[in-house]
Design a protein around this ligand. Structure first.
Ligand code: FPP
Length: 251
């Protein structure tokens, strides 16, 4: 029985988020420049996106560039931006063939102009696709997103458009980048690092965390299947006790 067949389609996570990590180490271990790792990470993006779409996952969010990544050497930042432009262009066919809609979260207007326009173009071209949303987190961090939501709320309160008493977790969510996207049930991080690194801090409150030892350029469809099988074998209690969960699922 192959791994894919072990996945229960009725217990599929609707949203999977991935911290793609280990590109630099992958390249270094081969005596290559870090950018070589990023270039090889594109195949992992392709495999993971198509595998998720084929399974019936509705949202796949990839941490492609954090607000902290600007601190990397300029040549690496430039190479990553160039790679993004090239990949968005070259992968349009894959997105269309697999009926995947491209979306993005983050402070997009501060991306390099060429990257921003290519992103907008690819999002527009794929906007009618409806099998899965591939969400790229670009110039994104969880703390930035939460602070930005608080700022937008403050502006509305100051303008008399929002009653402060009406603010609760449900209304707060409406000001997040992910307001139209359900929270991820599963968060995967590659490369053996056990951290969440400022990714989707609000949204992962109840996510199952899965850490893979694989470096991102080595991550393939079977690695995604393994993560989903592991997730499906866990009991998600949301603050309740085991017996209560069984009552809810037996109904
Ligand atoms: C982390 O590895 C990876 C990134 C910061 C960038 C991810 C980018 C890609 C996979 C390229 C293309 C992406 C898309 C969506 C088209 P790292 O550099 O931090 O690795 P290290 O921890 O080994 O140094």
């Amino acid at each position: 029985m192959d791994l894919k067949e072990k996945i229960d389609p009725d217990k599929l996570p609707k949203h999977i988020a991935i911290i793609m990590d280990g590109n630099g180490r992958w390249a270094k271990s081969r005596g290559e420049m870090r950018v070589f790792g990023h270039q090889n990470g594109v195949e992992s993006v392709r495999q993971t996106s198509t595998a998720a779409a084929e399974l019936g996952v509705k949202f796949l969010t990839l941490y492609a560039f954090s607000t902290e990544n600007w601190k990397r050497p300029k040549c690496e930042v430039d190479a990553l931006m160039n790679l993004l432009v090239l990949t968005l262009n070259s992968e349009l066919g894959t997105l269309m063939e697999n009926n995947i809609r491209l979306r993005a979260i983050g402070d997009l207007t501060h991306l390099q102009p060429g990257c921003y326009s290519q992103l907008m173009e690819t999002m527009e071209k794929t906007s009618n696709n409806n099998r899965m949303d591939l969400v790229l987190a670009l110039n994104y961090s969880g703390r930035w997103e939460i602070a930005e939501a608080a700022r937008r709320i403050a502006v509305e309160v100051a303008a008399g458009k929002l009653d402060p008493e009406s603010i609760n977790p449900d209304t707060f969510k409406e000001y997040l980048e992910t307001r139209e996207i359900p929270d991820p049930e599963l968060l995967i991080r590659t490369s053996g690092e056990n951290r969440v690194s400022n990714f989707l801090l609000w949204q992962i409150a109840y996510s199952e965390l899965y850490f893979s030892a694989k470096l991102w350029p080595d991550f393939r469809k079977d690695d995604l299947y393994e993560a989903i099988i592991d997730y499906q074998n866990r009991e998600r209690r949301f603050g309740m006790i085991s017996e209560q969960i069984k009552q809810v699922t037996d109904k």
